[in-house]
Design a protein around this ligand. Sequence first.
Ligand SMILES: [Zn+2]
Length: 429
Amino acid sequence: MSFDTLLKGGVLPDGTTADIAIRDGRIAAISPAIEAEAGEIIDITGDLVSPPFVDPHFHMDATLSYGLPRINASGTLLEGIGLWGELKPLLTHEAVKERALAYCDWAASMGLLAIRTHVDVCDDRLLAVEALLEVKKEIAHYIDLQLVAFPQDGLYRSSTARENTIRALDLGVDVVGGIPHFERTMADGRASVTELCEIAAERGLMVDMHCDETDDPLSRHVEQLAYETQRLGLQGRVAGSHLTSMHSMDNYYVSKLLPLIAEAEVAAIPNPLINITLQGRHDTYPKRRGMTRVPEMLKHGIRVGFGQDCVLDPWYSLGTADMLDVAFMGLHVAQMTSPEDMRRCYEMVTTESAAIMGLEDYGLEAGKRADLVVLDAGNPIEAIRLRATRLMVMARGKVIARRERSPMRLDIPGRKADIDRRFRIADPS
Ligand SMILES: [Zn+2]
């Protein structure tokens, strides 16, 4: 039997070694040893081979706009929203598209092959929506891009947001978004959750709402989101993004809330890089971390995926499309340092986020699409520790990025060595 490509000796995220045979853009076989002819045989012995990285929360209409028209001086979410409001009327279709495509080049090179991006619909031109729908088509052969209709300025607070949300969905945007904590009142926020979930139920769409992205311990919108999910039968199709207020909530209330979220099968998408920088800005010391309660949610069986949220935009001045940065920060902020927890953090930027996005063709299994990334690391924990080099990225069975391993030569008198930062734990036996 002959294959297009055969990858030999890779280490899967679960620690087992496998050969992966690829034909017609799909994984034809995956097992410990495949001896067969192939158009190309690639030796990846000892390197981690993983399904691609997945970013379940991003803003591709704003990315790479850092400094336009100015920089966020206070570092807060609210100034970021204000700044974005200044930039929005200046956006052009071409510029949005060009920045998005440039970002997708970065993403592809980092093995990030599935992205859920919110797109602001509070611009009556719906220019960003149209630009990103075009981008989605143009990159479909290497990145799965999912769009969320996001009424950034508030479904009710902005006079045309409601109408524009519907227009965006009519144009083919995939997911219903919202921002209840930015509406004028708690009651409006609550009503927006209800209405947006009803729109999603009517159209058979998924929901992903920016929810309780504040330090306010009394913000209660995720409770409403879980309730509407239950009431409308949307279980498994709804995600609450950020949920930062949960960090500050009363412990008794959280003990009631988490089972409700679990029961409604609402997933959570914290964004560690952004939550740790935007939240807690009104605190003196001690300063709150501003990330939601990840280990506690996992204990309740709530699905959690880490998102990146921002790269070089009005809210965040750094970022490289590296989901290992996201996992690294999430691991630290959530204090998820046991081996099991660290592996979980890796899953939260791969398989768990893929499940949240409903990517059915995702995963290293026979029959699935041949999308994968090979890393200069021996296992997922080492990949996070090193933010490991992507040696190869494959999309739909084609190698789309390759990079040489690049050891550094140390040249100190009496101490010459090639630096290899990979590490094996000594076997105690
Ligand atoms: Zn966001």
